[in-house]
Design a binder for this molecule. Structure first.
Ligand SMILES: [Ca+2]
Ligand SMILES: [Ca+2]
Length: 97
């Protein structure tokens, strides 16, 4: 199974290469356009980054568990933006060493 680092790397590359901005990625995967990314929608995003279905669902659950600040079990734009910023920040800290 791919390591956490590899999975996060895939997601980061997918978001940065497929979309002009995190906002566009959010809008694209918010399929019902209610302004929230549910676990199901987030899982689709992760799966699109070429991560297998089982791992995608696990990662989606963990991301929401870790970064859902208001506890409604889904990402609003602000929370998603933080998640993406964290993803990109982790990359910088790794490549510096
Ligand atoms: Ca939605
Ligand atoms: Ca939330």
């Amino acid at each position: 199974m791919a390591s956490k680092k590899e999975i996060l790397n895939k997601i980061r590359i997918f978001i940065t290469q497929s979309f002009d901005s995190p906002q566009k990625a959010f809008d694209f995967f918010d399929k019902n356009q209610d302004g929230y990314l549910t676990k199901k929608e987030l899982k689709k995003l992760i799966k699109s980054a070429n991560v297998n279905a089982f791992v995608s669902s696990m990662v989606a659950r963990k991301m929401i568990a870790g970064l859902d600040e208001d506890g409604n079990k889904k990402f609003d734009w602000r929370e998603f933006k933080k998640a993406v910023e964290k993803l990109i920040a982790e990359d910088t800290s790794e490549t510096k060493v």
